[in-house]
Design a protein around this ligand. Structure first.
Ligand code: ATP
Ligand code: MG
Length: 674
């Protein structure tokens, strides 16, 4: 019998319902913030499992962050019995890519135990290949390589298309970088997407197998997928095209990472039978907040215009407060937030402070500590990018995969074991000549005359130590404790740092250990599996399992998809939001103009994302003076504040140099022809 959707909950509006029930082909839900897109995905998964007889293992949902994936899993499990959802995968593109590559490693010339390089390790390799200390140049090369990868360009094609001397050089580095990754049997984050896309395209058997497996695909935050991810979607769903994508072009904030909103329009071209559903009712925010959001985003040229409305009432006026400097700003936020919490009898977790740049967090953290306001941070690499955390993880990575050279180098030198730079260089050269990982090279170099015994000995001891760990079958918690004791990490910290710093670092190590042990025990993981899990999760975002009652501090990017009753947006000033681009990244002439306009548009979408996180109240702050590189600079309120047209006040600012959507399109076309 036909599924009728009788048990689809009533708390869906007719169009959401239509999106959930639609199974005749590909479906795109295009809708503004807070209109229930994510809810549609969750409900549709439940519907597929309960009403349509889909087995869990045949349904895959893709989200943008691990946190979003966790939330979605939780919501699903509140709706559906675990037996029904068994095997169902809710994951990020990256996690899906990782799973794919573990199974299909051979097809892309990797062994199944390949390692994953995080951004910092990748940067270290590029730095070596580039032989420069110029940070700007380094970053730009890394970004260029990343964009090439995400556009599915291999080194040959990148080299062929390179126009400027910089690009030619970047293409050269790209080639050596890939060779290095291959030698290390490692992939970087971009490869987790790129390699699956390539293999799915090239290998029909693999494609068939995965198409049989993924019988229904759901994709959240579709506007931020890049070309590679689009290919994965296209190849996974095949001709049957059983998928639902939801997205909001007004919230596309990852152009700099190669995401293309064009993927939205492309769906329409690639799937003639695409069902398009629009949602406009917002269930998140009061009308004042929505009106401000509509006003701001209305300044952008848009492919699909939409106007959000809600039935949640007008709400309190949006507040804008200037402060003298960033310390005053942080303190004012803390004080107002505390007062508001008290007046409303709210919880700390009902509040979020959002900001454009990571560096804004530090002073807010400090003010909050002084005011005894509990907080958690997301979006900053705050925890897992800490040196002490990375030190310990390097050991774990090495145990899991002893061909992971960056991990080897980090571990072997931290704590220092009397192994000098010259020794390491000799070892590195020897390893490169023999095409060996450095770990394996340790054993080989012993039988040569290359290293004096006193230099060789600490290397040998280290390698033997790692080997013993690899063979250790004790429960993970014990292994970890033993490891820490054996390397004397605590002493090392206190020997090399001043007391307070050492204390706080050691605290972080203990916290890391607690987290690792819990994860290993809960999921019954072996050390190796744990390490693999850790490599992925920690680099994308932090695996917060419990949500304490604390104010959320977050970058705007990391706040995507989330909602909070009360939101403070900090640093809403020209130069910060919109962010001033880096001068060295600017193109000359017409191209530069287009680039500038597009950058402002993306910043505006970011502002829109920020405003629409708020459910009930919104408070903007900006600084008249801000410290930048040891220099005080005077600041103006962001143009976006004017654009919000609060309470009918303030006429909308003239648009970016008056470039119309049509002109913008023409400029783009002209550029493409060049
Ligand atoms: P974003 O673009 O920010 O990701 P979204 O479109 O994914 O937003 P959701 O997060 O799914 O929106 O929904 C926003 C809020 O509205 C959630 O709290 C959700 O539970 C609620 N909601 C969605 N649809 C309905 C509905 N039909 N009835 C009541 N509440 C709803
Ligand atoms: Mg959402």
């Amino acid at each position: 019998t036909m599924p009728v959707g009788s048990t689809v909950p009533a708390d869906l509006n007719p169009r959401q319902r239509e999106a959930v029930l639609y199974l005749n082909g590909p479906c795109l839900v295009l809708a503004g913030a807070g209109s229930g897109k994510t809810r549609v995905i969750t409900q549709k998964m439940a519907y597929l499992l309960r009403e349509c007889g889909y087995a869990g293992r045949h349904v895959v949902a893709l989200t943008f962050t691990n946190k979003a994936a966790r939330e979605m899993s939780e919501r699903l499990h509140a709706l559906v019995d675990r037996k029904l959802s068994k095997g169902l995968m809710v994951s990020t593109f990256h996690s899906l890519g990782l799973r794919f590559l573990r199974e299909e490693a051979q097809g892309v010339g990797l062994k199944p135990a390949f390692s994953i390089l995080d951004a910092t390790d990748a940067l270290a390799i590029i730095q070596e290949l580039l032989a420069t200390t110029d940070k700007g140049r380094l970053r730009s090369v890394q970004q260029t390589i990343s964009l090439w990868k995400n556009a599915l360009l291999d080194p040959d094609r990148a080299a062929a298309g390179a126009a400027t001397p910089e690009e030619v050089d970047a293409a050269r580095v790209y080639r050596s970088y890939q060779a290095t990754l291959q030698a290390y049997q490692a992939v970087d984050f971009d490869d987790l997407i790129r390699l699956p896309a390539q293999l799915l395209e090239a290998d029909e058997d693999v494609r068939r197998r995965w198409q049989a497996r993924v019988q229904y695909l759901l994709i959240d935050e579709y506007q931020d997928t890049n070309q590679c991810q689009y290919q994965i979607v296209r190849l996974l769903v095949g001709d049957r095209a059983m998928f639902t994508a939801v997205g909001d072009d007004d919230q596309a904030i990852y152009a700099w990472r190669g995401a293309t909103v064009e993927n939205l329009s492309r769906l329409e071209q690639d799937y003639a039978n695409l069902k398009l559903i629009k949602l406009e009712q917002n269930y998140r925010s009061v009308q004042r907040i929505l009106t401000a959001a509509n006003n701001v985003i209305g300044k952008n040229p848009r492919i699909f215009g939409k106007t959000l409305w809600s039935e949640l009432g007008v709400g309190e006026p949006i507040q804008v407060s200037p402060a003298d400097d960033e310390l005053a700003e942080a303190q004012a936020i803390g004080v107002r937030l505390s007062a508001s919490r008290f007046e409303r009898q709210a919880k700390w977790r009902d509040f979020a402070v959002l900001y454009r740049s990571n560096h804004q967090a530090r002073i807010i953290e400090q003010a909050f500590r002084d005011l005894r306001i509990p907080y958690t941070i997301s979006g900053g690499q705050s925890f897992f990018d800490k040196a002490e955390v990375r030190d310990i993880l390097a050991y774990l990575r090495l145990v899991a995969n002893d061909e992971d050279d960056p991990a080897f180098i980090r571990a072997v030198t931290t704590p220092r074991r009397g192994i000098g730079q010259a020794t390491l260089q000799t070892l590195g050269q020897f390893a490169a000549e023999r095409r060996l990982p450095m770990f394996a090279a340790v054993f080989e170099i012993g039988s040569t005359e290359l290293l004096a015994a006193r230099h060789y000995e600490p290397l040998r001891v280290f390698a033997a130590f790692i080997q013993k760990l690899q063979e250790n079958r004790d429960p993970v918690p014990e292994v970890l404790d033993g490891l820490l004791a054996a390397i004397g990490y605590e002493n090392y910290l206190f020997d090399t740092q001043e007391e307070r710093a050492a204390q706080s670092r050691w605290q972080n190590v203990l916290e890391l250990l607690g987290w690792l042990k819990r994860k290993a025990t809960e999921d019954g993981l072996q050390l190796k599996e744990l390490a693999q899990h850790v490599a992925l999760v920690t680099m994308l975002d932090r695996g917060d399992d419990e949500e304490p009652d604390a104010v959320k501090l977050s970058t705007l990017h990391a706040a995507k998809g989330l909602e909070y009753p009360h939101v403070y947006l900090a640093g809403v000033e020209e130069g910060l939001l919109p962010h001033a681009g880096r001068e060295e990244d600017e193109l000359p002439g017409e191209a530069g103009e287009l680039q500038r306009v597009q950058r402002i548009e993306e910043e505006r979408r970011l502002m829109y994302v920020g405003i629409t996180r708020a459910q009930r109240t919104l408070h903007l702050t900006w600084c008249r003076r801000r410290r930048r590189a040891r220099e005080d600079v005077m600041r103006e309120p962001s143009r976006f504040i004017k654009e919000m047209a609060l309470d009918g006040g303030g006429k909308a600012a003239p648009e970016d140099a008056g470039v119309s959507p049509k002109q913008r399109l023409d400029m783009l076309k002209a550029l493409l022809k060049k």
